[in-house]
Ligand binder design. Structure first.
Ligand SMILES: C[S@@+](CC[C@H](N)C(=O)[O-])C[C@H]1O[C@@H](n2cnc3c(N)ncnc32)[C@H](O)[C@@H]1O
Length: 232
């Protein structure tokens, strides 16, 4: 299905294609965590429709999402993208090369920082916030964004991977376990995936209880939740 979706969507820009190819070649072990071609197309379309002056992305990786959005920013628009380099420093090198390309040069600022620290310290507010890092902290990030009014009144938030490979549907997710100290690598990954599924599911349930939130969980890629705050 993914292939059909990609084949029946408009081609992506040369620069985003370059990022996908560089990522597959230079950091193959991590390539899957970057946004896909169809996600990039969706983000680009959203920016074209919303015409945000300011975008914040949490989780840069190789810059695919950042470039997809920055290429469509209106004149004078700016994008800040934050990454703590936890995944792969090679990916950030690809991102920095892409950000220097003439089609986006001067529009993107890369902040090497912890997402939570950045959200607590930034004094700006944004029209579009794309959160795509550190799923167990999604609710914490949401709270800081709301408490510090980091999203402009007409803004939109997007949280990625909110289907978490379908694990959010699993009825028998075990209760919280300490996966960090698990010595077996395979068991560690399974326990970590379960743990993150619990966090993502808690996030999906919680956003529906927030007053004024309009929520759409779009089944694009691994699930992208769009949130707008209704004001009357
Ligand atoms: C899923 S990837 C981001 C993909 C990117 N948004 C895209 O569209 O291709 C997640 C990134 O978040 C970074 N990351 C993980 N935890 C973080 C944290 N606490 N603060 C900042 N960045 C973090 C990782 O280094 C990784 O590069």
């Amino acid at each position: 299905m993914d292939e059909y979706v990609e084949q029946h969507s408009s081609p992506s820009s040369e620069l985003t294609r370059w990022i996908r190819e560089e990522t597959a070649t230079r950091c193959p072990a991590w390539a899957d965590i970057g946004s896909s071609k169809s996600q990039g197309g969706f983000l680009a379309m959203l920016v074209s429709l919303q015409r945000p002056a300011s975008i914040l992305e949490i989780g840069t990786f190789a810059g695919h999402g950042a470039v997809s959005m920055a290429e469509r920013l209106p004149q004078g628009g700016r994008l800040v993208t934050v990454d703590n380099s936890a995944a792969d420093p090679v990916a950030l090198d690809i991102a920095q090369r892409a950000f220097a390309h003439s089609t986006v040069a001067g529009r993107i600022s890369l902040e090497i920082a912890d997402a939570g620290e950045y959200l607590k310290s930034t004094t700006e507010s944004y029209d579009l916030i794309f959160v795509d890092a550190d799923k167990p902290n999604y609710l914490n990030y949401l709270d800081v964004i709301c408490d510090r009014q980091l999203m402009k009144p007409s803004g939109v938030m997007i949280f990625d991977n909110t289907l978490w490979g379908g694990r959010v549907l699993e009825p028998d997710l075990p209760e919280s376990e300490d996966f960090e100290s698990e010595p077996d690598p395979e068991a560690w990954v399974r326990l970590m995936q379960d743990d993150w599924a619990r966090h993502v599911r808690a996030f999906n349930n919680e956003v529906l209880t927030r007053p004024g939130f309009e929520v759409v969980l779009a089944p694009i890629a691994d699930g992208m939740t769009l949130i707008r705050v209704q004001r009357d």
